[in-house]
Structures are given as structure tokens and as C-alpha cells.
Design a protein around this ligand. Structure first.
Ligand code: PLP
Length: 392
């Protein structure tokens, strides 16, 4: 860690300053980009700090240092994607180990867990983690790993991290929290007792929709070291340029999220009052089932939401054809607003049965709220919704 990080600076300062003016060669203020696959040895049998790019790279390490500081962990591994970060954790399980995952997790996470279970790497059980009876019964099966995703994707269900941690620790399970939807700016799972935080850095941490990346932050230094070793063994490390870009994006994480979540609150309030909308899933609304837990466990309600339209798939088609200011695309957490239809996009691979169990219906749309002017976002949505109101 640089000297700046050692003297307990506030998270906003850490995000803006880790690695700044640390270049000893030319005094560059922005961290230099090290595009090298290999490093010269100092002499016979004596490597320098780095020897080979799969094992280590200064840009990857700087990003890992920043995420470790922001999540309050002991160390981090930067991977080539969010899925690679999850697979890094799963890869260290034994064939009989059970993973307890949310029934409404990101579709790609469900696909990965099912695939690894099918291959015999582990077994997996999907449960409604917001249902106390269901999770308590599932913990009786002594899982090795409990994976939590809160808020969940796309229904924004909130679970009480500290409560699950307490129960999971009683049965000796490790706890990993996918913190992609909020980032450490709004939620710090390690402080609530989790062992690992997983990120798709593709989303808020990078924030500009131009990188695919991931990270695992560990609470325990030995575990962080093990994960780093395992990332080298399997070769899942993130690219130096992606790490450099992600650190650059991270500089503005706090102000971005502040504006994005203010926009989100305005959009959610507008949607909740619209006659063509039957439900709005945004934890910032006091009507949301998880509002009280979110208010306690998070430092803000984030900028993701989903909502349901009257009129089924036909209404979805018409809305998507007419909405403005929102681009129809997967992913989230960038500066631009996006709309996605989970049933045919992000959660298509889950299959209709798993979607129905999770409560993801064909009328559901997910929004990632960006940095545009609030009034333009609302007019853009109005443009799409007016075509439904006129038709009904
Ligand atoms: N976790 C969550 C909550 C996600 O939404 C995603 C992707 O959308 C991932 C993990 C996977 O990340 P990546 O696309 O970077 O592999």
C-alpha cells in the first residue's frame, strides 16, 4: 500500500488517490501502464518483485490494493471477468462441498454453478435467502460456501447479510457476497462478517462500459494469498490495460453513484405512480419489502431497479420500441442508462421454470440508471409508457 492509504483516509480519498504520483521513474501523476508479459531478472536466480505477467502485474496490483482498501479486506485478486472471480472461489471447493446460492441470482452465476455441479466440482442448492425458514433448513445441510447477492439481480430483493453470516458461521460455512450492484461505496459486506466479496468490475467499479473484469476481495490475509496463488495456477488474471482503465473509472465511483442514485430515486418515484406500471422493485421506496434492511445495511439505495408493465409481452415490445434515453442492452453500472428485458436477455439461460420460481416474469424490465439529467430520463420513459397508456 502507498503511504497515502496507510494513514486512515476516507474511502472517497482512497478511490481518488491510490497510486497517484507514485511513479519513481518520471514522477507521472497517473499510474503508468505496464504492458509486459515478462520481467527481467536482477541476476542469476534472483527475480525482482515481478517475474511473469500471469503471476503479477503492477496495474493489477494497484487496482487490487484500491479494492482491498475500499472493501476493508486483507487482499484482492483481479480477474478477467466477474464470472472468473466467482469461478476462482468455486474452483477451490471439493467435489462434496455444497454451495448455497440465491434462487434469484444473476443468470450467469446460476449457469456457472449448475455447470460446475454437473461436472462434479461441487453440489449446489438454490434457495430463497430472504425466507428465514428456507435458509435455516438449507444450512442444516452444512454448506461449504454460502453465496449472497444483495440486492438481487433483477428483482432487487434484499437479504440481511449479518443475519445470514451468523447462521452460516454456526455450521462452518464460508460466506461470499456479490457486491456488484452496490460497490463498496454503498455496501461493505466484510464489515458485516462475510469472508469474501466478489465483483463484476465491469459494472460500477469501472463505470464506463468499456471493460470486462472481476475481483475477489478476501477478509483473511492467508485466504487472499491462496486465491492469488490459485489465480496464477488457473490463469484467470485480468489484463493490465483493463486494470488501468478500471482504476481510472474507480476514481469517480463516489460522485457517480451519488448522482446515479439520486436519478434512480426520481425515476422509481415516477414509475411507481404510472398507471401502466404494476410494480416497481427499488429498495429506496418505502413500499419495498427490503427497504428497512437496505436502509440499515447500505449507505444508499443504488441505481438499479426493475419494474413490471401491464399488458404482458406486447407492452414490453411497444415500450422498448418507443423508450428514449435508455439503450436496450445487457450489463449495468455505466454512466449511460440502459434497459434490459431479463427473460429474453440476462436471465434467458435460466430457463422458464427457474425464472418462474425466482419471480422473474415476462413483463419485467430492468433499468440501470446513468448520469443523464433526471428530467430527460423521465421524459424518455414517458415516451415509452405513453404508447401503452394510449393503447389501454
Ligand atoms: N454478478 C452480477 C451480480 C452480475 O450482474 C454479473 C453480470 O452481469 C456478473 C456477476 C458477471 O460479471 P461479468 O459479466 O463481468 O463476468
Amino acid at each position: 500500500m502507498t503511504d497515502r492509504a496507510k494513514i486512515s483516509l476516507r474511502p472517497e480519498t482512497l478511490a481518488a488517490s491510490i497510486g497517484v504520483a507514485a511513479d519513481t521513474a518520471f514522477g507521472a501523476v497517473a499510474p503508468p501502464l505496464y504492458l509486459t508479459s515478462t520481467y527481467e531478472f536482477a541476476r542469476y536466480d534472483q527475480a525482482r518483485q515481478y517475474d511473469y505477467g500471469r503471476a503479477g502485474n503492477p496495474n493489477r496490483d494497484l487496482l487490487a490494493e484500491a479494492l482491498t482498501a475500499l472493501e476493508g479486506g486483507a487482499g484482492a485478486v483481479i480477474t478477467s471477468s466477474g464470472m472468473a472471480a466467482l469461478d476462482l472461489l468455486i474452483g477451490r471447493l471439493r467435489p462434496n462441498d455444497l454451495v448455497l446460492a440465491p434462487h434469484d441470482c444473476y443468470g450467469g452465476t446460476m449457469r456457472l454453478l449448475k455447470a460446475r455441479a454437473w461436472q462434479g466440482h461441487c453440489s449446489v442448492r438454490f434457495v430463497d435467502q430472504s425466507n428465514e425458514t428456507e435458509i435455516s433448513e438449507a444450512l442444516d445441510d452444512a454448506p461449504a460456501l454460502v453465496l449472497i447477492e444483495t440486492p438481487s439481480n433483477p428483482l432487487m430483493r434484499i437479504v440481511d447479510i449479518a443475519a445470514i453470516v451468523t447462521k452460516a458461521k454456526e455450521v462452518g460455512a464460508a460466506i461470499a457476497v456479490d457486491n456488484t450492484f452496490l460497490s463498496p461505496a454503498l455496501q461493505q459486506p466484510l464489515a458485516l462478517g462475510a469472508d469474501y466479496v466478489v465483483h463484476s468490475t465491469t459494472k460500477y467499479l469501472n463505470g464506463h462500459s468499456d471493460v470486462i473484469g472481476g475481483a475477489v476481495v478476501a477478509a483473511d490475509p492467508g485466504e487472499a494469498q491462496e486465491l492469488r496463488h490459485w489465480a496464477n495456477v488457473v490463469g484467470t488474471a485480468g489484463a493490465p490495460f483493463d486494470s488501468w482503465l478500471t482504476l481510472r473509472g474507480l476514481r469517480t465511483l463516489f460522485p457517480r453513484l451519488q448522482t446515479q442514485q439520486a436519478n434512480a430515486m426520481a425515476v422509481a418515484t415516477y414509475l411507481a405512480e404510472h398507471p401502466a406500471v404494476t410494480a416497481v422493485h427499488y429498495p429506496g421506496l418505502s413500499s419495498h419489502l427490503g427497504h428497512a434492511i437496505a436502509a440499515r445495511q447500505q449507505r444508499g439505495f443504488g441505481a438499479m431497479m426493475s419494474f413490471e408493465l401491464t399488458g404482458g409481452v406486447e407492452a414490453v415490445r411497444r415500450f422498448i420500441a418507443n423508450v428514449q434515453c435508455f439503450t436496450l442492452a445487457e450489463s449495468l453500472g455505466g454512466v449511460e442508462s440502459l434497459v434490459a428485458h431479463p427473460a429474453t436477455m440476462t436471465h434467458a439461460d435460466m430457463g422458464a421454470d427457474a425464472r418462474s420460481i425466482a419471480g422473474i416474469n415476462d413483463s419485467l424490465l430492468r433499468l440501470s440508471i446513468g448520469l443523464e439529467a433526471e428530467a430527460d430520463l423521465i421524459s424518455g420513459l414517458e415516451h415509452g409508457l405513453a404508447t401503452l397508456s394510449n393503447a389501454t
